[in-house]
Design a binder for this molecule. Sequence first.
Ligand code: IPE
Ligand code: IPE
Ligand code: MG
Length: 236
Amino acid sequence: MHLGIIMDGNGRWAVERRLPRAFGHKRGASKVTEIVTACPDLGIKTLTLYAFSTENWTRTAHEVSSLMKLFRGYLQNKFLELVENNVKVVFLGDPSPIARDISSQMKRLELATKDNDGLTLNIALNYGGRDEIVRAAQKFGMDTVADKVIPKDLTTETFERYLDTKGQTNPDLIIRTAGQRRISNFLLWQIAYSELYFTNTTWPDFTIKELQLILSEFNQEERTFGGNKSKTTQIH
Ligand code: IPE
Ligand code: IPE
Ligand code: MG
């Protein structure tokens, strides 16, 4: 299964404890490691984490720089662990505005883990659903100019090949922590038929136990993808 998480509430977690917001982000990063490690045992094949949105650049320069420092540290400290744990890391989003040392480390990690066949870990960094769709449209446009395709070749299936998630299944379930019931530009195309789960728990306080409870609730949900209910539950 493919699980997506909007990891929200780091700031509030810190403020509630009279700590700087950066401290909440640090806690959030440790939570990432905990959840990533638990995924294979929970039957999760793909995990997509929303780490930084295209809109998050509008935060204070201080907060943006502390987040970038955290990403830099994560890439340095977790590189070998991810390679050795058979995790395949894929970055979603536009890396071009990200500091060169960070974006080249992102590329190196993708390359070093590309043949791993355990958990696929998508990290959405400078990611926006609208931006991804526009970049995909631009790539398709370039292919028409290069005479590789004609406009009529564009279908919902072929369009998916231009998205950052190309070749992957769509998320089955999206969890957003910390109370807000919105999508905030996360995976707009891919969530067409995803189940959505909102919990009030902040991301640093989120636990594997809560994840297990959410997953067991999800497993009881019948997904019909626009069709009829399955025969067993249909009322004749
Ligand atoms: C989520 O936590 C982390 C990022 C957006 C990078 P927030 O920083 O949004 O935390 P709140 O919503 O202010 O509590
Ligand atoms: C969404 O959270 C982005 C990430 C978790 C990276 P935000 O805190 O940025 O979203 P809003 O402002 O509540 O919509
Ligand atoms: Mg937030």
